[in-house]
Design a protein around this ligand. Structure first.
Ligand code: IVH
Length: 646
């Protein structure tokens, strides 16, 4: 979707809703490029749209051995080759397609795949990924585009989700969504912290002589240039060898530190690829073999209902624990009451559960042959399990809600969200503490947090003098957060971290958003009609107006753009840096100049007064000294994030 929309907002919205309903019913159909996966269904503001040198194609899929062999048949027929074809089998990375432009060996641009023709310019974010070299080793002159996948290693994904769980935020369903969420964040500092990595596998060059004649040769070349190449690829003579590779990795993939959902099979010889060509969507010389989703059966003990911060009531299954794809599963999502009724899933059923690319398992359906004779269909309880209010549902919605805005479950979840890392980032204010504050009636809304004092906090369980003081300091600090954090923390439906940044960037403050008409909200590029209506509605509810007034009176910052360094600002004033080791793609002089331009100082030796020691490759004794004195150290990517966007 480009600048001139082809359909009206209303029509777009109707289509989007239809798609959302379809996807809710058939979650397996949700593709990463579905419009529902964008906030508001509109391209992101804050990232420029860029055209790819040549379109980034997608891959045709094969789900069975027969389909894989049919691909080989097509290739051999297309090439009129009776004998075995040489293929390269690579792991299919469950990440996000990326295109990196290098000019004379220097990274000049990073772009997402987008719709394949146009992507988003995410250069600043890409530069924070350690695995992506800022300069190539013996790279070619001129311009080349290197393509591959950006992904979140399993450990980083688990860390992200653990933090989100602790903060009461919704979990990312899979590493791909988490990686996509990170890449589309407007704040490279947050991206740097996520721990993204990348594997590259393709080269597009103006000068075709730099492209080796085989794919295997290309992978070796990319690696020699210092680019990350997934090392488990193999050259396979004929389709039998390819199939053996697929079978082996179906199980061995568990040992990898990242998620892979299949094997990409590619014709090795470039000349054969050219002869085969492409269809409008796929190359004819490659196919993605998808590993089957892993399933298991277990007893569904109970169906419970969870109340989220917007009041949404979501059923979930409590299961007899069972091992699937390497982890023990004791709970699974049931999506919504309609889905559950359609599949007629009942308490006591033996059920099939599945873990596909998704990390959150789902209940596929009941094993009817084993249904207990006395089982009864499940019905959504009529009342909220926490506060007892009647659950309600709009005619055109599938979700039941507890509409009681002071429901304790909703209050707790809203406070957890308010304090979470991507909102007000109040460290130390976790689930257990919020539970106590709410249960004792000490906090009735987010603004009450700012009225807490030391004696009150010290009266809570497991709260000493020191942790109370730390928490109060954190709460105080949160008052001067960037305004998008507050906007995200308010928990307005359809407004997440990114859209909060977009709104704050566009309007500059909460008051301006509150005063904006529905039309003015819809004019913000990434804000669709659904989000606009939600924001407009939220700011016109009297209890929300009262909450904002209370937050403002408490001294919480309500204005100010998304913080970016602009010419003339001295954000590093008063900070002293020491550089040690080599920084990828940045000379010491360039780094020093940038620090000084931002108001910081660079010195040659580490002392207690040093703010940061920047640690490049092969650091010297300055690193030991920093450790000895307890001076903060910065990895290259964190340093780059700091000087690019301090
Ligand atoms: S090759 C023209 N190789 O899968 C061929 N793609 O489902 C371009 N992917 O859009 C793709 N790992 O983002 C290729 N080893 C790999 C891959 C891979 C993951 C992604 C890629 C592509 C999608 C298609």
């Amino acid at each position: 979707m480009h600048d001139a929309p082809e359909v009206s907002d209303a029509a777009f919205d109707a289509l989007l809703r239809e798609l959302q309903a379809l996807e809710a019913e058939h979650p397996a159909l949700v593709t990463p490029d579905s419009p529902t996966q964008r906030v508001g269904g509109r391209p992101a503001e804050g990232f420029a749209t860029v055209a790819h040198l040549v379109p980034m194609l997608s891959l045709d899929n094969a789900y069975t051995e027969t389909e894989l062999r049919a691909f080989d048949e097509r290739v051999r027929k297309g090439l009129d080759a009776p004998g075995a074809i040489t293929y390269v089998a690579e792991l299919k990375i469950d990440g996000l397609g990326i295109a990196l432009t290098y000019e004379d060996g220097r990274l000049t641009r990073g772009a997402t795949r987008g719709d394949g023709v146009h992507g988003e310019d995410v250069t600043l974010n890409v530069r924070t990924i350690r695995a992506v070299p800022l300069a190539l080793t013996d790279g070619p002159r001129g311009r080349v585009e290197v393509r591959g996948e950006v992904y979140l290693p399993r450990a980083a994904f688990d860390r992200t989700n653990e933090a989100r769980a602790a903060a009461g935020e919704p979990l990312f369903a899979n590493p791909r969504n988490a990686a996509a969420g990170a890449m589309r964040n407007l704040d490279p500092r947050l991206v740097a912290r996520r721990g993204l990595a990348g594997w590259m596998y393709q080269l597009v060059a103006d000068d075709t002589t730099v492209v080796p004649p085989t794919h295997g040769g290309l992978l070796e070349t990319l690696r020699a240039w210092g680019l990350p190449v997934e090392p488990h690829w193999e050259r396979c003579e004929g389709i039998d060898a390819v199939w053996a590779f697929c079978e082996r990795w179906r199980d061995e993939r568990r040992t990898l530190p990242f998620e892979t959902d299949g094997v990409v099979v590619k014709v090795d010889r470039v000349a054969q690829r050219t002869a085969l060509g492409t269809t409008a969507k796929f190359p004819r010389w490659a196919v993605a073999f998808k590993f089957p989703a892993e399933q298991a059966t277990t007893r569904l003990r109970e169906i419970r209902v969870n109340i989220g911060r917007t009041g949404a009531a979501t059923p979930y299954a409590v299961l007899d624990p069972v091992l699937v794809a390497g982890s023990t599963i004791a709970m699974a999502t049931l999506h919504n009451a309609e889905d559950l009724a359609r599949k007629d899933i009942r308490e006591g059923d033996l059920v099939t559960i599945e873990k596909a690319g998704d990390v959150i398992p789902r209940v596929v359906g009941p094993v009817l042959a084993h249904r207990p004779a006395d089982s009864v269909p499940w019905v959504m309880p009529s009342a909220c399990p926490v506060c007892g209010s009647l659950l309600q549902r709009d005619e055109d919605e599938v979700v039941w809600r507890c509409e009681n805005s002071s429901c304790p479950a909703r209050l707790r979840r809203s406070l957890e969200h308010f304090a979470s890392r991507t909102a007000m980032n109040i460290e130390g204010l976790g689930e257990a503490l919020i539970e106590q504050l709410a249960a004792r009636g000490l906090v009735g809304d987010a603004a009450d947090l700012y009225a807490l004092d030391a004696p009150t906090l010290e009266g809570l369980d497991r709260m000493g003098r020191k942790s109370a003081a730390n928490l109060l300091a954190e709460i105080e600090r949160s008052k001067s957060n960037d305004v998008w954090r507050l906007l995200n923390g308010l928990g307005i439906r359809h407004v997440g971290e990114r859209s909060a940044q977009v709104l704050a960037g566009h309007f500059g403050g909460v008051d301006a958003i509150a005063a904006a008409s529905l039309e003015a909200l819809q004019e913000v590029p990434e804000v669709g009609p659904v989000m606009a209506a939600s924001v407009h509605g939220w700011f016109h509810e009297s209890h929300n107006e009262a909450l904002l007034a209370k937050l403002a009176a408490a001294g919480v910052r309500m204005t100010g753009p998304v913080q970016r360094a602009v010419a003339g600002e001295q954000p590093l004033a008063g900070r002293t840096f020491v550089l040690t080791g080599t920084l990828p793609g940045l000379s010491r002089d360039e780094a020093a100049a940038r620090i000084q331009a931002l108001g910081g100082k660079v010195t040659g030796s580490v002392s207690k007064k040093t703010s940061y020691v920047v640690v490049g490759d092969d650091p010297g004794s300055k690193l030991d000294k920093a450790r000895e004195l307890g001076v903060e150290t910065l990895e290259p990517e964190a340093f780059l994030a700091l000087i690019m966007w301090p």
